[in-house]
Write a protein that binds this ligand. Sequence first.
Ligand SMILES: Cc1cc2nc3c(=O)[nH]c(=O)nc-3n(C[C@H](O)[C@H](O)[C@H](O)COP(=O)(O)OP(=O)(O)OC[C@H]3O[C@@H](n4cnc5c(N)ncnc54)[C@H](O)[C@@H]3O)c2cc1C
Length: 249
Amino acid sequence: MNCSAASDSQERSLKSFQEMAGRKVLIVYAHQEPKSFNGSLKRVAVEELSKQGCSVMVSDLYAMQFEPRATRNDIVGCLHNSEEFNYGMETLEAYKRGGLSSDLIEEQKKVQEADLMIFQFPLYWFSMPAIMKGWMDRVLVPGFAHEFPNCYDSGLLKNKLALFSFTTGGSEEMYAKGGINGDIRYLLWPMQHGIMHFCGVKVLAPHICFAPEYVSEEKRKEILIAWAQRLRTLWNEEPIICSPEWYFK
Ligand SMILES: Cc1cc2nc3c(=O)[nH]c(=O)nc-3n(C[C@H](O)[C@H](O)[C@H](O)COP(=O)(O)OP(=O)(O)OC[C@H]3O[C@@H](n4cnc5c(N)ncnc54)[C@H](O)[C@@H]3O)c2cc1C
Protein backbone atom coordinates (compact mmCIF):
# COMPACT_ATOMS: atom_id res chain seq x y z
CA MET A 1 0.00 0.00 0.00
CA ASN A 2 1.37 3.43 -0.86
CA CYS A 3 1.29 6.38 1.58
CA SER A 4 -1.78 8.00 0.06
CA ALA A 5 -3.78 4.74 0.06
CA ALA A 6 -2.78 4.15 3.69
CA SER A 7 -3.86 7.62 4.70
CA ASP A 8 -7.19 7.21 2.78
CA SER A 9 -7.85 4.02 4.65
CA GLN A 10 -6.97 5.65 8.01
CA GLU A 11 -9.29 8.52 7.18
CA ARG A 12 -12.09 6.11 6.30
CA SER A 13 -11.72 4.19 9.56
CA LEU A 14 -11.59 7.44 11.53
CA LYS A 15 -14.79 8.59 9.79
CA SER A 16 -16.48 5.26 10.46
CA PHE A 17 -15.35 5.38 14.12
CA GLN A 18 -16.74 8.91 14.45
CA GLU A 19 -20.07 7.77 12.93
CA MET A 20 -20.34 4.83 15.31
CA ALA A 21 -19.18 6.71 18.39
CA GLY A 22 -22.09 8.14 20.24
CA ARG A 23 -24.56 5.54 18.98
CA LYS A 24 -26.60 3.98 21.73
CA VAL A 25 -27.28 0.29 21.99
CA LEU A 26 -29.63 -1.50 24.36
CA ILE A 27 -28.94 -5.20 24.88
CA VAL A 28 -31.95 -7.01 26.32
CA TYR A 29 -30.46 -10.22 27.64
CA ALA A 30 -32.24 -13.29 28.98
CA HIS A 31 -30.08 -16.01 30.49
CA GLN A 32 -29.87 -17.12 34.10
CA GLU A 33 -26.15 -17.98 34.00
CA PRO A 34 -23.39 -15.42 33.29
CA LYS A 35 -21.01 -18.27 32.28
CA SER A 36 -23.44 -19.51 29.64
CA PHE A 37 -22.80 -19.20 25.93
CA ASN A 38 -25.46 -16.48 25.77
CA GLY A 39 -23.57 -14.73 28.57
CA SER A 40 -20.42 -14.87 26.42
CA LEU A 41 -22.26 -13.55 23.36
CA LYS A 42 -23.58 -10.68 25.46
CA ARG A 43 -20.09 -9.93 26.81
CA VAL A 44 -18.61 -9.94 23.30
CA ALA A 45 -21.28 -7.47 22.17
CA VAL A 46 -20.71 -5.14 25.13
CA GLU A 47 -16.92 -5.22 24.56
CA GLU A 48 -17.03 -4.83 20.81
CA LEU A 49 -19.64 -2.06 20.71
CA SER A 50 -17.95 -0.16 23.56
CA LYS A 51 -14.66 -0.39 21.67
CA GLN A 52 -16.43 1.26 18.73
CA GLY A 53 -17.35 4.18 20.99
CA CYS A 54 -21.02 3.20 21.29
CA SER A 55 -22.71 3.63 24.62
CA VAL A 56 -24.12 0.29 25.67
CA MET A 57 -27.00 -0.28 28.09
CA VAL A 58 -27.83 -3.82 29.25
CA SER A 59 -31.14 -5.04 30.63
CA ASP A 60 -30.13 -8.33 32.26
CA LEU A 61 -33.67 -9.58 32.78
CA TYR A 62 -33.05 -12.51 35.17
CA ALA A 63 -30.57 -10.50 37.25
CA MET A 64 -33.13 -7.67 37.43
CA GLN A 65 -35.82 -10.22 38.35
CA PHE A 66 -37.86 -8.55 35.65
CA GLU A 67 -41.59 -9.12 36.14
CA PRO A 68 -42.89 -10.86 33.01
CA ARG A 69 -46.60 -10.74 33.89
CA ALA A 70 -48.78 -8.01 32.41
CA THR A 71 -51.05 -7.12 35.34
CA ARG A 72 -52.96 -4.36 37.09
CA ASN A 73 -49.76 -3.63 39.08
CA ASP A 74 -48.28 -1.98 35.99
CA ILE A 75 -50.62 0.96 36.47
CA VAL A 76 -50.00 3.40 39.28
CA GLY A 77 -53.07 5.12 40.70
CA CYS A 78 -56.64 4.97 39.49
CA LEU A 79 -57.71 2.82 36.59
CA HIS A 80 -59.39 4.36 33.58
CA ASN A 81 -62.14 1.73 33.84
CA SER A 82 -62.13 -0.07 37.15
CA GLU A 83 -65.28 -2.04 36.23
CA GLU A 84 -63.62 -4.17 33.58
CA PHE A 85 -59.83 -4.37 33.34
CA ASN A 86 -58.35 -4.05 29.84
CA TYR A 87 -54.51 -4.14 29.86
CA GLY A 88 -54.04 -2.43 26.48
CA MET A 89 -56.45 0.41 27.26
CA GLU A 90 -55.17 0.91 30.80
CA THR A 91 -51.50 0.99 29.79
CA LEU A 92 -52.29 3.47 27.00
CA GLU A 93 -54.06 5.80 29.44
CA ALA A 94 -51.41 5.30 32.12
CA TYR A 95 -48.62 5.98 29.59
CA LYS A 96 -50.28 9.26 28.58
CA ARG A 97 -50.53 10.49 32.16
CA GLY A 98 -47.11 9.15 33.24
CA GLY A 99 -48.78 6.51 35.41
CA LEU A 100 -46.90 3.34 34.44
CA SER A 101 -44.90 1.46 37.08
CA SER A 102 -41.30 2.64 37.52
CA ASP A 103 -39.70 -0.52 36.04
CA LEU A 104 -41.58 0.07 32.78
CA ILE A 105 -40.71 3.76 32.67
CA GLU A 106 -37.05 2.81 33.19
CA GLU A 107 -37.07 0.31 30.29
CA GLN A 108 -38.97 2.69 28.02
CA LYS A 109 -36.35 5.36 28.67
CA LYS A 110 -33.64 2.93 27.51
CA VAL A 111 -35.64 2.05 24.39
CA GLN A 112 -36.22 5.72 23.65
CA GLU A 113 -32.49 6.42 23.85
CA ALA A 114 -31.36 3.40 21.86
CA ASP A 115 -30.47 3.52 18.16
CA LEU A 116 -30.22 -0.26 18.18
CA MET A 117 -31.75 -2.97 20.38
CA ILE A 118 -30.09 -6.38 20.49
CA PHE A 119 -32.16 -9.21 21.96
CA GLN A 120 -29.86 -11.98 23.23
CA PHE A 121 -31.45 -15.26 24.36
CA PRO A 122 -31.57 -19.05 24.08
CA LEU A 123 -34.44 -20.34 21.95
CA TYR A 124 -37.23 -21.72 24.19
CA TRP A 125 -40.01 -23.66 22.51
CA PHE A 126 -39.34 -22.09 19.12
CA SER A 127 -39.58 -18.66 20.68
CA MET A 128 -37.99 -16.32 23.23
CA PRO A 129 -37.93 -17.15 26.97
CA ALA A 130 -41.06 -16.02 28.87
CA ILE A 131 -39.13 -13.33 30.72
CA MET A 132 -38.21 -11.66 27.41
CA LYS A 133 -41.72 -12.08 26.01
CA GLY A 134 -42.90 -10.38 29.22
CA TRP A 135 -40.52 -7.49 28.46
CA MET A 136 -42.17 -7.13 25.03
CA ASP A 137 -45.69 -7.34 26.52
CA ARG A 138 -45.05 -4.78 29.25
CA VAL A 139 -42.57 -2.33 27.75
CA LEU A 140 -43.92 -1.91 24.21
CA VAL A 141 -47.29 -0.56 25.32
CA PRO A 142 -49.72 1.38 23.13
CA GLY A 143 -49.02 5.09 23.06
CA PHE A 144 -45.30 4.39 23.50
CA ALA A 145 -44.49 1.86 20.77
CA HIS A 146 -47.61 1.89 18.56
CA GLU A 147 -51.04 3.41 18.44
CA PHE A 148 -53.30 2.43 15.60
CA PRO A 149 -52.98 3.46 12.75
CA ASN A 150 -49.36 4.16 13.75
CA CYS A 151 -48.00 0.68 13.30
CA TYR A 152 -45.62 -1.16 10.95
CA ASP A 153 -43.79 1.45 8.84
CA SER A 154 -45.39 4.27 10.84
CA GLY A 155 -44.96 2.58 14.23
CA LEU A 156 -43.89 4.93 16.98
CA LEU A 157 -40.38 3.45 17.28
CA LYS A 158 -39.37 4.09 13.69
CA ASN A 159 -35.73 5.10 13.13
CA LYS A 160 -34.60 2.41 15.52
CA LEU A 161 -32.96 -0.88 14.64
CA ALA A 162 -33.37 -4.30 16.25
CA LEU A 163 -31.45 -7.54 15.98
CA PHE A 164 -32.44 -10.93 17.37
CA SER A 165 -29.36 -12.86 18.45
CA PHE A 166 -30.09 -16.33 19.79
CA THR A 167 -28.77 -19.81 20.37
CA THR A 168 -30.52 -23.10 19.71
CA GLY A 169 -30.38 -26.67 20.98
CA GLY A 170 -31.00 -28.02 17.49
CA SER A 171 -28.39 -28.04 14.75
CA GLU A 172 -28.44 -25.94 11.58
CA GLU A 173 -29.33 -29.07 9.61
CA MET A 174 -32.38 -29.71 11.83
CA TYR A 175 -33.53 -26.13 11.17
CA ALA A 176 -32.94 -26.20 7.40
CA LYS A 177 -35.79 -26.22 4.89
CA GLY A 178 -37.00 -29.82 4.96
CA GLY A 179 -35.17 -30.46 8.26
CA ILE A 180 -36.90 -32.13 11.21
CA ASN A 181 -37.61 -28.80 12.97
CA GLY A 182 -38.59 -26.94 9.83
CA ASP A 183 -37.13 -23.76 8.37
CA ILE A 184 -35.94 -21.55 11.23
CA ARG A 185 -37.04 -18.47 9.32
CA TYR A 186 -40.67 -19.27 10.23
CA LEU A 187 -39.88 -18.75 13.93
CA LEU A 188 -38.70 -15.25 13.18
CA TRP A 189 -42.02 -14.01 11.82
CA PRO A 190 -43.68 -13.25 15.22
CA MET A 191 -40.55 -11.63 16.67
CA GLN A 192 -39.37 -9.65 13.68
CA HIS A 193 -42.61 -8.80 11.92
CA GLY A 194 -45.25 -9.23 14.64
CA ILE A 195 -43.39 -7.28 17.33
CA MET A 196 -40.53 -5.14 16.01
CA HIS A 197 -41.88 -4.21 12.60
CA PHE A 198 -45.32 -3.60 14.14
CA CYS A 199 -43.70 -0.98 16.38
CA GLY A 200 -41.94 0.61 13.40
CA VAL A 201 -38.49 -0.76 14.26
CA LYS A 202 -36.29 -1.76 11.34
CA VAL A 203 -34.83 -5.23 11.68
CA LEU A 204 -31.31 -6.41 10.89
CA ALA A 205 -30.68 -10.00 9.86
CA PRO A 206 -30.89 -12.35 12.87
CA HIS A 207 -27.74 -13.80 14.36
CA ILE A 208 -28.29 -17.48 15.05
CA CYS A 209 -25.72 -19.64 16.85
CA PHE A 210 -26.71 -23.24 16.35
CA ALA A 211 -26.26 -25.86 19.08
CA PRO A 212 -23.40 -24.35 21.14
CA GLU A 213 -23.75 -27.20 23.65
CA TYR A 214 -22.97 -29.82 21.03
CA VAL A 215 -20.01 -28.33 19.18
CA SER A 216 -16.33 -28.38 20.15
CA GLU A 217 -14.70 -25.76 22.36
CA GLU A 218 -12.76 -24.60 19.30
CA LYS A 219 -15.95 -24.16 17.26
CA ARG A 220 -17.52 -22.20 20.13
CA LYS A 221 -14.57 -19.80 20.10
CA GLU A 222 -14.97 -19.40 16.34
CA ILE A 223 -18.67 -18.58 16.77
CA LEU A 224 -17.82 -15.86 19.29
CA ILE A 225 -15.16 -14.40 16.98
CA ALA A 226 -17.66 -14.39 14.10
CA TRP A 227 -20.14 -12.42 16.26
CA ALA A 228 -17.47 -9.84 17.14
CA GLN A 229 -16.60 -9.59 13.45
CA ARG A 230 -20.20 -9.02 12.43
CA LEU A 231 -20.57 -6.31 15.07
CA ARG A 232 -17.60 -4.46 13.59
CA THR A 233 -19.51 -3.73 10.37
CA LEU A 234 -23.05 -3.85 11.74
CA TRP A 235 -23.75 -0.18 11.15
CA ASN A 236 -23.19 -0.66 7.42
CA GLU A 237 -25.91 -3.32 7.19
CA GLU A 238 -29.26 -2.64 5.51
CA PRO A 239 -32.43 -3.74 7.33
CA ILE A 240 -34.14 -6.86 6.05
CA ILE A 241 -37.69 -7.16 4.72
CA CYS A 242 -39.63 -8.75 7.59
CA SER A 243 -42.64 -9.91 5.58
CA PRO A 244 -41.24 -11.44 2.40
CA GLU A 245 -43.61 -13.07 -0.06
CA TRP A 246 -42.32 -16.60 0.52
CA TYR A 247 -43.86 -16.77 4.01
CA PHE A 248 -47.31 -17.75 2.86
CA LYS A 249 -46.36 -19.69 -0.24
C1 LIG B 1 -37.40 -24.48 28.31
C2 LIG B 1 -36.48 -24.78 27.16
C3 LIG B 1 -37.01 -24.81 25.88
C4 LIG B 1 -36.16 -25.04 24.80
N1 LIG B 1 -36.69 -25.06 23.55
C5 LIG B 1 -35.89 -25.22 22.49
C6 LIG B 1 -36.42 -25.19 21.17
O1 LIG B 1 -37.61 -25.01 20.94
N2 LIG B 1 -35.56 -25.39 20.15
C7 LIG B 1 -34.24 -25.59 20.33
O2 LIG B 1 -33.51 -25.73 19.35
N3 LIG B 1 -33.69 -25.60 21.57
C8 LIG B 1 -34.49 -25.43 22.64
N4 LIG B 1 -33.96 -25.44 23.90
C9 LIG B 1 -32.48 -25.56 24.04
C10 LIG B 1 -31.82 -24.19 24.23
O3 LIG B 1 -32.14 -23.34 23.17
C11 LIG B 1 -30.30 -24.35 24.31
O4 LIG B 1 -30.04 -25.14 25.43
C12 LIG B 1 -29.59 -23.01 24.42
O5 LIG B 1 -29.82 -22.25 23.27
C13 LIG B 1 -28.08 -23.17 24.59
O6 LIG B 1 -27.52 -21.91 24.90
P1 LIG B 1 -26.85 -21.64 26.33
O7 LIG B 1 -26.32 -20.25 26.35
O8 LIG B 1 -27.79 -22.00 27.43
O9 LIG B 1 -25.69 -22.69 26.25
P2 LIG B 1 -24.68 -23.18 27.41
O10 LIG B 1 -25.08 -24.55 27.82
O11 LIG B 1 -24.56 -22.15 28.46
O12 LIG B 1 -23.31 -23.18 26.62
C14 LIG B 1 -22.86 -24.23 25.82
C15 LIG B 1 -21.40 -24.47 26.17
O13 LIG B 1 -20.64 -23.30 25.84
C16 LIG B 1 -19.70 -23.05 26.88
N5 LIG B 1 -19.23 -21.68 26.82
C17 LIG B 1 -19.74 -20.56 27.40
N6 LIG B 1 -18.99 -19.50 27.14
C18 LIG B 1 -17.96 -19.93 26.37
C19 LIG B 1 -16.82 -19.29 25.78
N7 LIG B 1 -16.59 -17.99 25.96
N8 LIG B 1 -15.99 -20.04 25.04
C20 LIG B 1 -16.20 -21.36 24.85
N9 LIG B 1 -17.24 -22.02 25.41
C21 LIG B 1 -18.12 -21.31 26.15
C22 LIG B 1 -20.48 -23.41 28.13
O14 LIG B 1 -19.62 -23.62 29.25
C23 LIG B 1 -21.17 -24.69 27.68
O15 LIG B 1 -20.32 -25.79 27.82
C24 LIG B 1 -34.77 -25.24 25.01
C25 LIG B 1 -34.27 -25.22 26.30
C26 LIG B 1 -35.11 -24.98 27.36
C27 LIG B 1 -34.53 -24.96 28.76
